[in-house]
Design a protein around this ligand. Structure first.
Ligand code: PGA
Length: 263
């Protein structure tokens, strides 16, 4: 699905504070008549809001995603949520390995297990990778290569059809930071693609979508998507404002003239 459509994924993180606010914001968003041709829109609210928001929507233009998932389908794992549980709600996407979860202690090994379980359950699996800092010696490239390899260790290459890589350099995420320059991002896109082709072969590697996250807003999203050439964006804080999020989708739907088909 994500392959020839651009993806715009909103990661609500641990916001808003109440279900009432979540419903209010979602209703504002869904009422917008978006010019969203060629765009796949996904909203990833906190787990506890997923079902209620999903029930508020019967169309086929907005998909829902979870922000995390456990690697077993059921069992004595207090506090965890399984891929089958998510799927049973009609949720189609899952974000795995976000840098904020890695900070809380998730390592590549756990993330690889989650990716494996999620793909085995046929969920569109958004694997986040990104270096904490940049350096002039290119160590960040090695960091990305290793993180990618380790976060996919043991995952069957024939199950990668629904894998999406979200490249989110940590130094661009959150308030006070700026999105990456689109030229630099294009280079990173090529680097990640090359790694995927090296590891999984041309046919599989080339078809894995690569999106970008880190301070994306309605002013920079068009350039990020069409100049850097990524397959979409993962949006944090600016996805919480339904007007701004809708504006971003319209920006992505506004294709550059020279481009007949998306990426
Ligand atoms: P941001 O977050 O858009 O607020 O920078 C992105 C993310 O953490 O996914």
């Amino acid at each position: 699905m994500a392959n020839n459509k651009k993806l715009v994924i909103g990661n609500w993180k641990m916001y808003p504070e109440t279900l009432t606010e979540a419903k209010r914001d979602f209703i504002i968003f869904k009422k917008k008549r978006l010019k969203d041709n060629g765009v796949t829109t996904v909203i990833c609210p906190p787990f506890v809001y997923l079902n209620d928001l999903n029930k508020l929507y019967s169309g086929n233009k907005i998909f829902f995603g979870a922000q995390n998932v456990f690697w077993k389908n059921e069992g004595p794992f207090t506090g965890e949520i399984s891929p089958t549980m998510i799927k049973s709600l009609g949720v189609r996407f899952v974000i795995i390995g976000h840098s904020e979860r890695r900070t809380l202690g998730e390592n590549d090994e756990m993330i690889a297990q989650k990716v494996k379980a999620s793909l085995n359950n046929d969920l569109h699996t958004v694997l986040c990778i990104g270096e904490p800092t940049r350096d002039s010696h290119g160590n960040f490239l090695r960091f990305i290569r290793d993180q990618l390899k380790n976060s996919l260790r043991g995952v069957n290459k024939n199950s990668l059809k629904k894998l999406i890589i979200a490249y989110e350099p940590i130094w661009t995420i959150g308030k006070g930071n700026r999105a990456m320059d689109s030229h630099e991002l294009h280079q990173m896109l090529l680097y990640i693609k090359k790694q995927l082709i090296t590891d999984y072969g041309k046919k599989i590697g080339e078809n894995i979508s690569i999106i970008y996250g880190g301070s994306v807003d309605s002013d920079n999203v068009h350039e990020i998507v069409y100049d850097a050439g990524v397959d979409g964006v993962l949006v944090g804080r600016n996805s919480l404002n339904p007007h701004e999020f809708a504006k971003m989708i319209e920006e992505v739907a506004r294709k550059p003239k020279a481009l007949k088909k998306s990426y």
